[in-house]
Ligand binder design. Structure first.
Ligand SMILES: C[S@@+](CC[C@H](N)C(=O)[O-])C[C@H]1O[C@@H](n2cnc3c(N)ncnc32)[C@H](O)[C@@H]1O
Length: 354
């Protein structure tokens, strides 16, 4: 996602905030601080490093987190991205830059492949990373990290975007409930589900709730994997903020969460069959195949070739006839011959000949 802040509009010209979504937004036309706060709220951006200032220098105190470009650069980039094969919201056209030394260091020290990610997607998080370390330059940040490796985890968290939600993309979860899981439960009582890049577990817990509603949770096995230890720790604890429950509906909220003040904790019954693992989906391998794999909103941050490798790796771990749930901007490679069942839902052929 790239948010371009361009030109000066009056507040009345601002597009209605409730129509702005993560995937769709590419250009926002405002630059004043008040509106920046609004953009930040609406998009729930933790930092402002996604925001480009076009033709204006950002105010001094915001400069660290923002990128700026001239009006001409901005128009050139818009034109370029509109002509490219990947358009809206895609970061793929931007992969020619090199990874910053600090970002490369953080990835490598965290055991991740530094060639996996799109440099621009991560470089633009540098401001956030410097703020975590309370340093003003990359050199100072590298020094601080070498002196205190315990800071690594928080730095990785500032680089990799972990935004997630329960039942994110309601239509897809509706299809999972009406078609995908009932079919699987008909064939086999034990459904094995893997969420690769699960963040704090929202999507895997969403599947767990559906399985419970279909009477299939008890026998199922769920695994969430993420490379950020703090995200996995949260997933394992099942502790969320009440504000995370907004898309979940009153019924599920009461059935699956214990709410105390501003905290909402998933009930143990839903956590029992879920296991959580800190790891790299480029390395992780479970010996048993999966019925359902969720790999959503992660590939868009990866280099095309690396993403291709991961899709193939997931295919190897998927049962024949198994299903994959992708994000709305994700495009699994065609040579896998997965059948697109509906938007974001793919099925691996049962046989080579199918
Ligand atoms: C934007 S979140 C997507 C969360 C969830 N799949 C969803 O769609 O709501 C991407 C997640 O992928 C994780 N991630 C990135 N690279 C990874 C890797 N190599 N191995 C495991 N997890 C990774 C990040 O830490 C982050 O939590």
């Amino acid at each position: 996602m790239v948010v371009s802040v361009y030109g000066v509009f009056t507040p009345g010209d601002y597009p209605c905030s409730d129509r702005i979504t993560f995937e769709d937004i590419e250009s926002l036309a405002l630059w004043t601080r008040g509106h920046l706060n609004l953009i930040q709220d609406v998009l729930r951006l933790i930092d402002l490093s996604h925001i480009y200032f076009a033709g204006e220098d950002p105010p001094e105190d915001l400069r660290l987190g923002c990128r700026s470009e001239t009006t001409q650069e901005f128009r050139g980039r818009r034109k370029h991205s509109a002509q490219g094969p990947q358009k809206r919201g895609s970061l793929r056209a931007e992969s020619t830059t090199l990874l910053s030394p600090l970002v490369r260091f953080i990835l490598r020290q965290s055991g991740l492949d530094s060639g996996a990610y799109q440099p621009k997607a991560l470089n633009r998080r540098l401001g956030a990373c410097l703020r975590v370390l309370r340093t003003a330059s990359e050199e100072a940040a590298l020094k601080a990290l070498r002196q205190n490796p315990a800071l690594l985890e928080a730095c990785l968290g500032s680089l990799l975007i972990g935004v997630s939600d329960f039942f994110r993309d309601a239509a897809v979860f509706d299809q999972i409930k009406r078609v995908v899981l009932p079919q699987m439960l008909q064939n086999d009582r034990t459904v094995r589900v893997y969420s690769a890049g699960c963040s704090a577990g929202h999507e895997l817990y969403s599947v767990a709730m559906i399985l419970d509603e279909l009477g299939g949770l008890e026998a199922s096995q769920l695994l969430g994997l993420d490379c950020r230890p703090d995200a996995i720790e949260q997933a394992r604890s099942g502790g969320f903020s009440v504000s995370d429950l907004k898309g979940i509906g009153e019924h599920r909220q009461q059935r699956y969460f214990r709410v105390e003040g501003r905290c909402a904790v998933i009930l143990p019954r839903l956590r029992r069959n879920a296991t959580w693992h800190v790891g790299d989906f480029g390395v992780f391998l479970d010996p048993k195949p999966w019925d359902l794999i969720l790999f959503r909103n992660v590939a868009i941050y990866l280099q095309a070739e690396y993403a291709n490798r991961i899709w193939h790796r997931l295919d190897q771990q998927l049962k024949p006839g198994g299903m994959v749930i992708a994000g709305s901007a994700d495009r699994p490679p065609e040579d896998l011959r997965w059948k697109r069942e509906s938007s974001c839902i793919y099925r691996k052929p049962l046989t080579v000949a199918e």
